[in-house]
Design a protein around this ligand. Structure first.
Ligand code: F6R
Length: 604
């Protein structure tokens, strides 16, 4: 989604913001732009990849710049709707992430005062409002404009009269300030500026920041100066290479054994629950997330309920926010509800909103997140940080596996502390989890057979994925992966549900991917496969090694290594990811940046 970067310092600003902007490309965008200050402000913006804008970018010696990648919400992707937006005199340039909910009213008022707008973007009201309130002080002008605006936003502004100054603010969307030596940075994503500095300030909502090359001032909404903390963040290993893989997604799929390994230390050390503040009796757990993270949450429900006596519900973040209060809130503090928010990016607006609701309701909150310092990690009571490394491909892969691993670890430790499992069982589970990287490697070593299988899917208009019990969420995830990167319609279903409707859609052209592991649902699943085969539907089954029956009833059977069915979602996820990848590859889609999608979804 939209990205913002800014620089004020003693070097040429344009190459710095351009490089930082390119680090945000992975988030998804449709146009980009840069504003610098020469004698006057110079704005260059273009629809399409950053390279389009770069090809027409005039040379600049400016030491001040703001830049933006846009992901359209109001107004189609176009040069004119791209940011930065300016006022009619071209003295102000503004970049904005988020949405201005009341922009139509503001626009109407300003138009009645004679202001002429150039674009269809909600963001263009910002330079207009700031101009209206400007009388020499940009901080004051922005503050007055904020009184009128409703919505969520990160805003950065520069003005022709202030050759060294960027003024910025955020409300519910990300903004970080990077502190340098005679130079300062801002960005909507820490990855954009970590190459330049690890000294980071995380402003609070509605604080206004004035950055110059030599100073940083933070103001509250009454414009009193307030203190701020500078945090030193971990040095970051830049991910810019595909390491010999054709796409980041494929590289990230192959990185999964390492991602699980690296996350283990965080998860399986002694007393992780105390670290999370969970030293009390948990009455119930609500898991809240979106998309792939939601699917990890569904797997987590099965695991936690199996290992503990704690009931778990799983909600989409966008629904949780408007649902009835979590049960048990206001009850005895000795048995409190716990809300687990899962977000690989830590910036998903729906999940952040849900976190706030949960806290307002008095729930204890923990986040499972892959980005240190991200917004969600700062808004919850405890954090499980997965260590997948940066994920560039828009489709979540390695972060999904480490999220599941985190939930298994949580389940095991809750099971042990609540007395549902004993110490030898705790150790047995930990040891099984430690074996997962090698199980994944076995699936990865078999990727050629999945590639060969992919050819069967490319002509399909629709594909069904079915599973039962703990692998029903994997059917959902298989369908999500396929549709987002290959654009083939796909649906995930509990295998037992097909006969209640969707069976009507099955035909020779509608393959089904069925997950048949040998748990207590196995025989029913085999019957479901037979029902589908009877409709001449090609059935591709994922089964455990040596399962002759599954081979017999299916058109093709992919064997996962021997594994406890409870842990089978891990190798199965790898199969699903590779299948989608190879189908999309055959179809020639933009795998790392699928159309209309963004890596970090910062609007609700
Ligand atoms: C799918 C995918 C999305 C995300 C969802 C939540 O491959 O990546 O469905 O899972 O947008 O994102 P996070 O986990 O960052 O909150």
């Amino acid at each position: 989604m939209c990205g913002i970067v800014g620089y004020t310092g003693n070097k040429q600003a344009q190459p710095i913001v351009l490089e930082s902007l390119k680090k945000l490309e992975y988030r998804g965008y449709d146009s980009s732009g840069i504003a610098t200050r020469e004698e006057k402000l110079v704005i260059c913006k273009k629809e399409g990849p950053i390279a389009n804008m770069e090809s027409v970018l005039p040379k600049s010696d400016s030491t001040l710049a703001i830049a933006h990648t846009r992901w359209a919400t109001h107004g189609v992707p176009s040069d004119v709707n791209a940011h930065p937006h300016s006022n009619s005199e071209n003295t102000i340039a503004v970049v904005h992430n988020g949405t201005i909910d009341n922009y139509l009213d503001i626009k109407e008022n300003l138009e009645s005062e004679g202001y002429k707008f150039k674009s269809n973007s909600d963001s263009e009201v910002l330079p207009a409002l700031i101009t209206k309130h400007y009388s020499g002080n940009l901080v004051e002008a922005l503050n007055k404009s904020l009184e009128v605006i409703q919505g969520i936003f990160t805003i950065a502004v520069i003005h022709e009269d202030h050759p060294d100054e960027i003024v910025a603010v955020r409300n519910e969307t990300p903004l970080v300030i990077g502190v340098g030596n005679s130079e300062n940075y801002l960005a909507s994503d820490i990855y954009a500026i970590l190459k330049y500095t690890q000294q980071i300030i995380y402003p609070l909502d509605n604080q206004i920041i004035r950055l110059t090359s030599k100073s940083i001032e933070v103001f509250d909404d009454s414009l009193n100066k307030v203190d701020y903390e500078i945090e030193e963040v971990e040095k970051y290993t830049e991910v810019s290479e595909k390491g010999g893989f054709e796409h980041f997604m494929l590289k990230e799929i192959f990185e999964q054994p390492k991602a699980l390994q690296d996350s283990l230390t965080e998860l399986l050390i002694d007393s992780p629950l105390e670290k999370l503040g969970l030293n009390w009796k948990i009455g119930s757990i609500s898991v809240v997330a979106c998309g792939t993270s939601f699917h990890a949450g569904l797997v987590g429900k099965y695991v936690i309920e199996q290992l503990t006596a704690i009931p778990v519900s799983v909600s989409y973040s966008s629904e949780f926010r408007y649902a009835a209060p979590v049960q048990g809130v206001g009850g005895l503090l000795s048995s409190r509800p716990l809300v687990v928010l899962i977000s690989q990016s830590g910036e998903t607006a729906d999940t952040l909103a849900a976190a706030r609701v949960a806290r307002q309701q008095g729930c204890h909150t923990i986040a499972i997140c892959n980005v240190p310092g991200s917004r969600i990690t700062r808004e919850v009571d405890g954090v499980i940080l997965t260590k997948s490394g940066q994920e560039i491909g828009v489709a979540a892969t390695k972060t999904f596996l480490t999220q599941m691993q985190a939930l298994y670890a949580l389940g095991i430790h809750l099971g042990f502390t609540s007395g549902s499992i004993d110490y030898p069982q705790l150790k047995m589970w930990e040891s099984e989890i430690r074996k997962l990287p090698s199980k994944l490697t076995q699936v990865l070593n078999n990727s050629e057979s999945i590639k060969a299988l992919a050819a069967q899917f490319v002509k399909s208009k629709s594909v069904f994925f079915v599973g039962r019990n703990i692998n029903y969420p994997l059917a959902l995830e298989g369908a999500l992966k396929l549709k987002e990167i290959s654009y083939i319609h796909a649906e995930g279903y509990p295998a037992g549900e097909l006969k209640h409707g969707p069976l009507a859609l099955l035909s020779e052209d509608t393959p089904v991917v069925a997950i048949a592991v040998q748990d207590h649902t196995y025989s029913k699943l085999i019957s479901n496969i037979e029902e589908m085969s009877a409709r001449k539907t090609p059935v591709i089954t994922i089964a455990q090694k040596g399962d002759e029956l599954a081979k017999k009833v299916s058109d093709f059977c992919f064997e996962i290594p021997e594994i406890d069915p409870v842990l089978s979602p891990f190798p199965i996820a790898v199969f699903m990811q590779l299948l989608s990848y190879y189908v999309a590859h055959e179809l020639g889609t933009e795998i790392d940046k699928p159309r209309n999608l963004a890596k970090s979804v910062t609007v609700e």
